[in-house]
Structures are given as C-alpha cells and as structure tokens.
Design a protein around this ligand. Structure first.
Ligand SMILES: *Cc1c(COP(=O)(O)O)cnc(C)c1O
Length: 237
C-alpha cells in the first residue's frame, strides 16, 4: 500500500516531466519526441488514479496478476497499458487481451503467441524487443548479435506491430557511462531501420530506455519512451 499523497504524486510527476523536457532541449530534440511511461508496479490503483488526475495516461506494469487486478479497478479511466516484465508463455493470452504495448518480447515463441492471441477487435499490439546490452544472466533480452535474426523471424506476424527496442542496462553511476551503455541500442535500431526501410512493417520508431536513475542519459542516447517508477511514486518495498 502506498501512503504517498495525491499531491506528492502530482508534484513528482511534474518534476519528472520537467526533467524530460529539459533533457530534450539540452539535446536539441523536439520536446514531444520522448514520452513518459509511469511504472506503477507494486503501487496501488489509487496511486495510478492520482497520476491520471495529474494528466498521466501511459502506465507500465511488470506482474500480470497485479496488473489485471488494478485494471479491473480502473476501467473508468482511459489508460494506455504497457507490459514491461518478463513473460512466461502461459501468460501471453491475458497480455495480448489486456495491454496496448509489450516492451519485453525476447523470443520468437512469445511474439508468435501474442500475435495469434491478439483479439481481432483490437488494434495490433505494439511490441518492443528486449535487448540485454550488458549480457547479464539475471536479465531477459537478446544480445545485439541475436537481434537481427529474431526480428526477421517475427517481422511478418500479422497482429503485432514491432516498434523498436527496450533495454535495462546494468547500473552505472555517471552520465557518460550510462549514455555509452545505451548508444549501441540506438545504433542497432538505426541499422534495423535501414534494413527494413522499404517495408511498411515493422514500424521501427521506438527506443524504450531510461529509468529514474538514467533518464537524462537515456534521452541523450535517443530514448523515445522513458520508464519511470521511483521518481513518480516513491521507493518500492
Ligand atoms: C521497475 C522498472 C522501471 C522503473 O524503474 P525506476 O528505477 O523505479 O524508475 C522501468 N523499467 C522496468 C522494466 C522496470 O521493471
């Protein structure tokens, strides 16, 4: 349970938006070229309601059951739901049915199931391929070397729209090191854009990277979604 007040969430949300704005201006990027995904994992439906009341529409969740419970409490709100956690194949149907985006696709089987299970009444499911840039055993994601063949194997799936790449790099404590860890993702996306430039799909326009601790570095490396939890909702238990 979160005991953070509405007011605190609104203030912190506004501080994060200002950081995004300032980082974009510093990088001479368009001020609408990066969006804020509010990561609400472990936080209550009321906390989401507070951020929504302060204007936030896109929310990211890591745990399916927890996310579905909050969704049923928030059906009156027009939320764009993003799934950002590890995916087991027995969870794909509920994800395909209840989310607008999935940032954490890291294998062909999951992409195939999401496409097959996406209801035809809904628009295509937006997905990002999760990359593991530091090749850490504790994290999901393909290596940059594995990326082209995974993309090729899923590029023509009919009910998903492949939007780009997502990463959670290892922690680094300064701006340059954080940025240098993310630049290879930007380069990989740009190479894939060249490869697929003649085709309508995939629509490769997305780099989902940057969290509370490396938001500015991620924006300097080209992030288009930054995923911020702690700095909006407070620390998690
Ligand atoms: C928890 C989480 C975030 C948010 O991290 P903070 O450091 O709290 O901003 C972003 N992305 C993913 C995939 C997460 O699991």
């Amino acid at each position: 349970m979160s005991n953070i007040t509405d007011n605190t969430i609104a203030t912190q949300l506004s501080d994060v938006k200002k950081r995004i704005h300032d980082a974009l201006v510093t990088q001479h990027r368009d001020t609408d070229s990066a969006s804020l995904l509010a990561v609400s994992k472990t936080k209550s439906a009321e906390a989401i309601r507070s951020a929504y009341a302060a204007g936030q529409r896109a929310f990211g969740e890591n745990y399916l059951q927890e996310a579905l419970e909050k969704q049923t409490q928030l059906t009156d709100l027009d939320i764009e739901w993003h799934f950002i956690g590890p995916i087991q194949s027995n969870k794909t149907r509920a994800i395909a049915e209840n989310f607008d985006w999935v940032h954490s696709v890291d294998r062909e089987k999951i992409a195939r199931r999401l496409s097959e299970q996406r209801p035809s009444t809904l628009p295509k499911l937006n997905i990002c391929i999760q990359v593991n840039p530091d090749e850490e055993d504790s994290k999901s994601g393909v290596t940059l070397n594995e990326l082209p063949s995974l993309l090729e194997s899923i590029a023509s799936l009919p009910n998903i729209c492949i939007r780009g790449l997502m990463a959670i790099p290892a922690k680094r404590d300064n701006f340059e090191a954080q940025r240098d860890a993310l630049l290879p993702l930007a380069k990989a996306l740009s190479q894939l854009q060249d490869t697929y430039s003649e085709l309508e799909s995939p629509q490769l326009d997305t780099l989902s990277m940057g969290m509370s601790a490396d938001l500015e570095a991620a924006i300097s490396a080209g992030a288009t979604w930054v995923r911020i939890g702690t700095d909006i909702f407070g620390t998690r238990d």
